[in-house]
Design a protein around this ligand. Structure first.
Ligand SMILES: C[S@@+](CC[C@H](N)C(=O)[O-])C[C@H]1O[C@@H](n2cnc3c(N)ncnc32)[C@H](O)[C@@H]1O
Length: 416
């Protein structure tokens, strides 16, 4: 067989999961970043080893989509060599409303292909809602946390897209102005490897190689103050904690909520959603927040000290759920509400199956990955739960990421 040509012209047909777009070359799927459906681009084939799909990098737009805009970050723009394009803003060349319909397409596709939902299910038409303030500010200046890298010469910057090469940049337009101003983009940090810049309610801090000059920082959500480790997990968009807390609160069906049941906040971090339940249903609410990082659990205990029925447990969720499944009075969980907010990989079929075996009254699933949500949806549906509500939020403008909040109830409990 003759070698494939390096440079090809491709017509983009679709968006795929992971911030890439789909074209076909001689019948084979080719994934191409930095493009848009409807466009024709000149591209270099860069990975042709697999039989089922190849990868390419876009070099030039020959026929542009009406939704293409000047990239919000010149460091990522298509006029740069692909190897020099900064990562982390892979939708920055797309008009903001179109970014959201593309994210909705990815979510819908995942729910049908991996979640087993019918193509005509109303959840397959879920829109991706904008976050307050983003439309006015063109989706910029929302990142309260930025992780940068340092190369062997001491230069500080983000990695290039799809590589671990540090790219020096002039600005960080997705970061809040405080974070952008504090980021040491023009400094040489010889011998260092990482730089984190964090904006909390206490102000901005810069941590080189994980060393922050403070024991804890604080975040505010409504009337509540949360303490956490300077580099501990906290939702990244400046509006995210408020928005997700409100979305989780309204996803909980009050008619199915029992404040005395053994309610759970799994993958709980510093207790954000346990606090959400207490704020809606009262400080006497029984809720256990479960988190693998003991430093986060310590903060959760402090953050929930006014919630008399709250407990903070350090454990891996899989082990914790297995251990309660073995309890003698496991039937108590039939009245429980379980909130879970797993990392990008999702909870996984095993955890979801064990959760469903507890037969809780409702499960509220906060998801930062549509495919993981869809896979876990399939497992929940196979275990007697059905999707009751779904909302999606654009908490990561100019990236391909999308956040969702889904509510599930026992199939037998639903009105027929
Ligand atoms: C997406 S964050 C959510 C945190 C919290 N719900 C919030 O909104 O602030 C996921 C959390 O799960 C924790 N985590 C990851 N894997 C875990 C596991 N297997 N068991 C328990 N916690 C885990 C992480 O440390 C992280 O705090």
């Amino acid at each position: 067989m003759a070698d494939a040509p390096d440079i090809v012209d491709l017509t983009i047909t679709n968006v795929a999961h992971g911030g890439v777009f789909v074209a076909r070359h001689e019948g084979r799927v080719v994934f191409v970043p930095d493009t848009l459906p409807g466009e024709t681009v000149r591209a270099r084939l860069v990975d042709t080893r697999k039989k089922s799909f190849w990868r390419a990098e876009a070099l030039e737009v020959l026929d542009a989509s009406a939704d293409r805009v000047d990239h919000v970050w010149s460091a990522s723009a298509i006029d740069r060599d692909p190897a020099d394009r900064a990562g982390g803003a892979e939708f920055g060349h797309i008009a903001l409303p179109r970014q959201r319909t593309l994210k909705a397409d990815v979510l819908s596709d995942a729910l049908v292909r991996f979640g087993g939902l019918d193509a005509d299910s109303p959840f397959v038409r879920t829109v991706v809602e904008p976050t307050a303030g983003d439309d006015d500010g063109n989706g910029l200046h929302w990142r309260t946390r930025v992780s940068l890298h340092v190369d062997g010469e001491g230069r500080v910057g983000p990695y290039a897209a799809r590589s671990h090469r540090v790219i020096t940049v002039e600005d960080l337009p997705l970061a809040t102005s405080e974070v952008a101003a504090a980021a040491p983009l023009r400094e040489r940090l010889d011998g260092a490897t990482t730089v984190d810049v964090v904006l909390s309610a206490d102000g901005v801090l810069v941590a080189v190689d994980g060393a922050a000059r403070t024991g804890a920082v604080h975040e505010r959500v409504g009337e509540r103050t949360f303490s956490l480790e300077p580099l501990g997990f906290w939702q990244v968009h400046r509006e995210a904690a408020v928005l997700l807390s409100s979305a989780v609160s309204s996803a909980v069906d009050a008619g199915r909520f029992d404040p005395a049941a053994p309610n759970l906040d799994l993958y709980g971090g510093v207790g954000l959603f346990a606090a959400t339940l207490a704020d809606r249903f009262g400080r006497g609410v029984r809720v256990t927040t479960v988190e693998a990082e003991s430093s986060a659990t310590d903060h959760a205990a402090e953050n929930l000290s006014d919630v008399v029925g709250a407990r903070a447990v350090t454990a891996r969720v899989d082990r914790f759920v297995r251990s309660i499944g073995a309890e003698r009075d496991v039937a108590r969980y039939r009245a429980a509400t379980i909130v879970l907010d797993p990392p990008r990989s999702g909870a996984g079929t095993a955890v979801v199956g064990e959760l469903a075996a507890l037969q809780p009254a409702q499960i509220i699933y906060v998801a930062c990955d549509p495919v993981a949500l869809a896979r876990d949806t399939k497992a929940l549906r196979a275990s007697g739960y059905e999707l009751d509500s779904l909302r999606a939020f654009d908490l990561f403008p100019h990236t391909h990421h999308v956040e969702a909040v889904a509510a599930f109830t026992r199939t037998g409990d639903r009105p027929s």
